[in-house]
Design a protein. Structure first.
Length: 660
């Protein structure tokens, strides 16, 4: 198999748009499976977790593969619920092409937009598949209007649907002249117009009234699609198997093969970790360059360790094939990488794309074992689950015997509880979720520490701290010369600054700031490297005390759709929840309101909205960013450990000399 006969394709969508059903039918049509599974019955190939089969939703991304017309396709079916956006993010990074599924009944939803913008940021060529064409009340004109308004105008339908809604019977290629009679306007002329919008050569030839052959037009369309400039649209009903074969044809024709040469130096990434009952820890690897064989020693660049590959398998749903070798461009399950974590680079970083940043956990919860004697087992189970989903960001406060994790929402909490019970036999209790606030310096200032007592110790540091725009994170630098402070000591300071910023004046992580080490001094005899481990948090907290910090709260971008008669009441409630929104629009008797709203005031609102409107009102939301809280919002978190501002007590604590 060469890279040209390979495709790596991710299936993305909003929850319930039909991703898993589409994947199931693609596997069936290609002959990869002999019988169709069902999401509703819990028999879908890519839903392997018990909770997925019970709930009928995808929780983890699932890698599978099939052959279609001589092309090997690696398919990754990703979750659609916003609570599992981290799985989508990790899968997106290793895909060369994407199929974005939109439900014809619901149109473009919030998760669809979030995924679309990430695909565009990463430049991933994308096919749009309009599913559920047979649903009652479907309007193709409305769906295409939605796509053009909310996603892109650079779409080109490859087919004309034969009917819509209950009258939908199938599809016909746009190249077929009969398609003109179906009334949707999807014709070769429209394809030519869409291509000409992006190709000056074609446009000038149209102006000169030159004839352009369908073969040439097809090649231009293929090139523009593979360059992620034009986005082909397919139609179908996955539940009935309509349009699936044509979707597979479009996938191999309009999505690109992976780049990379197996003769080059090894370059790959671990993008997913699972536990297999027989084989144990499984690392899913996308290889960009080079090749990997059984018994190869591989360098993990991120962790600076060497590991030995024991086995390589190609996963097909819940079945597998032993490969023995993984080549450039391909994806497989690799065993033996016991120290590797998600996001780790194997070999060289050349050619590996950056990770998108979609998923931002907004809630934190404390986890307790119902049976206190199983506390240590719970610690180990949560460590294992955090390896598989690093955004859980387990915080184990050993002295307080507390376990805290970050989550995206209530559904993820349910799944976490179910996983702990079914996989580890642990019953867990969760505290009420609380919003994750952040802090940022209120103004520029300096932090200073002279840690010279009680001897032996000597570490003098001065930091300049200044606020940065929202979303900047932490930028650290040093202007201190190595003769004043050895490079090894400076490296220790650099390592400790992010740790020191985990708890600010209000107990929350401090972000959006620039920290510059502007003065540093060590002593030839009295300094020990650990002195800078102790001194850095004291210097940083001294600086934050001088700058003061502003509390930041997470904001959500929202779209509310309700019957027109509820519009006034909803607007009034949005004002009370401190929402900022545009003037509402009314389309076909439904009021649409878009804007941003604090997560803290709107956590329970989607449920209340559905109840108030008898299920006719819908609120879709996605993370927008952090912004400063109004002065009357107070949110302080209990500090863990001794505050470095209390320097005497802090020094005694880190020296283990504090009596309890």
């Amino acid at each position: 198999m060469t890279a040209q006969t390979l495709r790596n394709i991710g299936i993305f969508a909003h929850v319930d748009a039909g991703k898993t059903t589409t994947t199931e039918h693609m596997l069936y049509e290609s002959g990869a499976i002999r019988a169709l599974g069902s999401v509703d019955q819990g028999t879908a190939q890519t839903d392997s977790l018990e909770i997925e089969r019970e709930r009928g939703i995808s929780v983890r991304s699932a890698a599978t593969s099939l052959m279609w017309k001589g092309i090997h396709i690696n398919l990754v079916d990703t979750p659609g619920h916003v609570d599992f956006l981290s799985e989508v993010e990790r899968s997106m990074r290793v895909m060369d092409g994407a199929i974005l599924i939109i439900s014809a009944a619901e149109g473009v939803q919030s998760q669809t937009e979030t995924v679309w913008h990430a695909l565009r940021t990463m430049g991933i060529p994308t096919l749009i598949f309009v599913n559920k064409m047979d649903r009652l009340g479907v309007s193709i004109a409305q769906v295409m209007q939605d796509i053009n308004r909310l996603l892109t105008v650079h779409t080109v339908p490859l087919q004309t649907p034969l009917g819509e809604g209950e009258e939908f019977t199938g599809i016909m290629p746009v190249w077929n002249g009969e398609a003109i009679e179906n009334g949707f306007g999807f014709t070769p002329g429209l394809v030519l117009e869409k291509v000409a919008d992006l190709d000056d050569d074609i446009l000038s030839r149209i102006i000169d009234e030159e004839e352009i052959s369908s073969t040439e037009l097809h090649k231009k369309l293929q090139a523009l699609s593979r360059e992620a400039k034009l986005f082909p649209v397919c139609f179908g009903s996955s539940q009935r198997g309509l349009g699936i074969r044509e979707l597979l044809d479009a996938a191999i024709e309009y999505l690109p093969a992976p780049a990379g040469d197996e003769m080059e130096a090894l370059s790959g990434i671990v993008f997913k970790i699972e536990r297999d009952k027989q084989m144990g820890r499984t690392s899913f690897v996308r290889l960009y360059r080079g090749s990997l064989k059984n018994r190869d020693a591989v360098t993990n660049l991120t962790r600076e360790v060497q590991e030995k590959v024991t086995q390589i398998r190609k996963m097909n749903g819940q079945k597998y094939t032993d490969l023995g070798q993984l080549q450039a461009g391909d994806i497989a399950a690799v065993y033996g990488l016991s120290q590797s974590q998600i996001g780790d680079i194997l070999g060289s970083p050349i050619g590996i794309p950056p990770s998108p940043s979609l998923a931002v956990p907004l809630l934190t919860v404390q986890v307790q074992a119902k049976d206190e004697s199983r506390y240590q087992e719970l610690v180990e189970a949560l460590h294992e689950l955090t390896e598989e989903d690093p955004l859980l960001d387990l915080q184990w406060l050993q002295s307080e015997r507390e376990l805290h994790v970050k989550v995206m929402g209530a559904i993820q909490l349910e799944i976490l509880s179910s996983l702990l019970l079914t996989r580890f036999g642990l019953e867990a209790q969760f505290s009420q979720p609380s919003i994750i606030y952040k802090e940022t310096p209120a103004q520029a200032g300096e932090g200073f520490i002279a840690y010279t007592m009680p001897k032996p110790c000597w570490a003098i540091l001065r930091f300049a701290i200044e606020p940065l725009p929202r979303g900047s994170g932490l930028i650290y630098s040093s202007v201190v010369r190595s003769e004043h402070l050895l490079s090894s000591y400076q490296n220790e300071v650099k390592r400790r600054v992010p740790e020191a910023l985990q708890q600010g004046l209000y107990g929350w992580e401090v972000t959006d700031l620039k920290v510059t080490l502007i003065e540093g001094e060590h002593h030839v005899w009295h300094t020990h490297p650990l002195d800078f481990v102790v001194a850095t948090p004291m210097g940083i907290m001294n600086g934050l005390a001088s700058t003061g910090t502003t509390l930041l709260e997470p904001m959500l971008r929202f779209r509310i759709t309700v019957p027109e008669e509820f519009g006034g009441k909803i607007l009034s409630e949005l004002v009370q929840m401190r929402a900022e929104f545009e003037a509402p629009s009314v389309i076909h008797g439904r009021c649409i309101i878009e804007g941003i709203i604090p997560a803290a005031t709107s956590l329970e609102y989607p449920v209340r909205l559905r109840s108030m409107t008898s299920g006719k009102g819908v609120m879709a939301s996605s993370f927008f960013g952090y912004q400063a809280c109004p002065p009357d919002v107070q949110a302080e978190r209990k500090r863990h450990g001794v505050n470095p501002l209390d320097q005497s007590k802090y020094i005694l604590s880190v020296r283990s000399a504090l009596s309890t």
